[in-house]
Design a protein around this ligand. Structure first.
Ligand code: FES
Length: 273
């Protein structure tokens, strides 16, 4: 497929806007690959060449990135990516059965697209939505507590051009290309629409409030009850133990060691093991 002159000039304009958001042009590669997908529905060899030209990179450098991340598609993707989670909780509650049923019903397997170009099936890892397992995602929107029969009805509606609303999030599904434009950094205004966290998501929070539990303060004391050692980081405005090790920061002149972090080369520092 070759891009039309209209599509190309649209892409050129949008690419300029994306590149201008970064101090170094090459940092814009990830959103630009999404931008290409928003027009083409995949990252074609032509899309690779465009990104390389926009960023003054080689096509090999762009290909290396595009082939590393699974969200960049090297074959035309369907209008709807249907992702079925079979990690622990979803598997226990029927995720494997859902996947098998969809493979049989659609006649495609992982990373394959139905002949009508409507659905690409993906076998995916945990969506961090285990509270509503088993979960199916369509273009990264949640369909909660899905049954095998419900999954079949879902893909049938997608293929019939009658996409149902997700269980949470915005009240309508976007197509793959529309979502890719958002991932390229062009808002569609739907981010805050609909319910994000449902009752099951918030159950732990409500329980903690009822019982007066609170998260431990962000200090350097560790958590003796959990057997977590003190890190030596934190007091006096220093970074937390979750921040990058100081020696990593030192190796990067653009990101010097944060004020307050112990010097791991001195006899005072190096508390972290
Ligand atoms: S195990 Fe399926 S969403 Fe977490």
């Amino acid at each position: 497929m070759s891009l039309t002159a209209d599509a190309l000039s649209r892409l050129e304009l949008d690419a300029k806007e994306v590149i201008a958001r970064y101090p170094r042009p090459r940092s814009a590669l990830l959103p630009l690959l999404h931008l290409v997908q928003s027009e083409e529905g995949w990252v074609s060899p032509e899309g690779i060449e465009l990104c390389a030209r926009w960023l003054d990179l080689t096509t090999a450098e762009v290909s290396a990135v595009a082939t590393f991340y699974t969200m960049y598609k090297r074959r035309p993707n369907g209008d709807y990516t249907v992702g079925v989670c079979t990690n622990t909780l979803c598997a226990v509650l029927g995720g494997d059965e859902i996947l098998a049923r969809l493979e049989e019903h659609l006649g495609v397997h992982h990373d394959e697209t139905t002949p009508d170009g409507k659905v690409t099936l993906e076998h995916i890892e945990c969506n961090a939505a285990c509270d509503y397992a088993p979960v199916v995602m369509v273009n990264w929107e949640f369909f909660d507590n899905v049954t095998p029969q419900g999954a079949v009805e879902l893909v049938d509606r997608l293929r019939a051009g009658d996409p149902p609303a997700p269980t949470r999030g915005p009240g309508r599904l976007c197509t793959f290309k529309q979502v890719e434009r958002v991932l390229a950094g062009f808002e569609d205004g739907l981010a805050d629409e609909g319910v994000g966290a449902g009752p099951a998501t918030l159950a732990g929070l409500h329980l903690a409030r009822e019982r007066g539990w609170a998260a431990p303060p962000p200090d350097a004391g560790g958590d003796a009850a959990l057997g977590m050692p003190a890190t030596g980081y934190g007091p006096g405005g220093g970074p937390s133990g979750s921040d990058a090790p100081a020696d990593t920061a030192k190796s990067d002149p653009a990101n010097p060691t944060p004020a307050g972090a112990p010097d791991e080369n001195s006899s005072e520092g190096g508390k972290r093991q």
